[in-house]
Design a protein around this ligand. Sequence first.
Ligand code: ATP
Ligand code: MG
Length: 312
Amino acid sequence: MSATILETSSITKYYGKTKALDGISLQLKKGQVLGILGPNGSGKTTFLSVILGVLRPYSGWYRWVDGDVNSAPASIGALLEKPCFLPGNRLQTQLYDMAILHKIPARHRAMRIKEVLTETGLEDVATKKFSALSLGMKQRAAIAMALLSRPDILILDEPTNGLDPQGIIDIRQLIRQLAATGKTVILASHILDEVEKVCTHAAFFKKGVLAGFESLVPESTEDNPVYRLLLEVPYTETGKLLECLGLNPNCVLLEKMPNGAVVDFEPSEGGPELLNKFLAENNIMLSGLTKVKSGIEQSFMKITGEQQQHGH
Ligand SMILES: Nc1ncnc2c1ncn2[C@@H]1O[C@H](COP(=O)(O)OP(=O)(O)OP(=O)(O)O)[C@@H](O)[C@H]1O
Ligand SMILES: [Mg+2]
């Protein structure tokens, strides 16, 4: 089991009489990428501000690994809502000032700034004034700023806001790379697709309440892969399918559907074709067999009760 990086317990936050957070309890482990999903006003930014130490919880507590209760971790980079730079400053200068603030030794500063500019695709505009950058470039600049101190933990509020399609792809890839190197990332988004593409776990916020928490990757290891599969049959065959799945010891039923089921399949060797073979031997012909990442879309719809907001 990997170490717990963040634990929050019953966090509540009010703005005047508005209850923005209502008892948020969750846990995050090293290397996980948590996506906080929820409609406008559901408390995502407020939650991130609390765990960053920017806002104090009204009640409840949070604790980062090795940290004290209700205090921000030492090694953290964050992007909260709108990027905020001095408009007249050149990007490079702003990053330089920030590097001093972060106590990056003088001999490393130039190199480190170059690295984050490359990582965020901003090399060509390094000498431009912040006010002259496009919205997407400003957003990238804010991410560059968050990366500057090479933090172990990154908190990103709507990181792809305002980016063009290529920018969205780049930033998502960057987040995945950071996670692959063992960094813990928490991001807020209202785009289901984004969370599905980037995150290992999703937390659903609804009116300040944690309405759901879901793993987006089956708990598989290299030796024992787990395949999450959508199995489809004509709806008259669904009963027979479910019965038959119950007979397969390597299969866990996750969700029944009118014309099929979602299962986690963990064969001792081989892949999903073995389940297909098993079902065929039991006279069940699948009309579809698809690898899926998770039932996140269904959960999102159930929890928010809203139309899905499509990403890019
Ligand atoms: N500074 C503030 N003063 C008063 N109320 C606030 C303030 N900030 C947020 N709120 C309220 O708290 C609730 C949660 O807001 P929050 O910004 O955390 O939601 P969000 O999920 O980040 O929304 P969005 O998707 O629009 O960014 C909302 O009802 C909002 O109106
Ligand atoms: Mg917000």
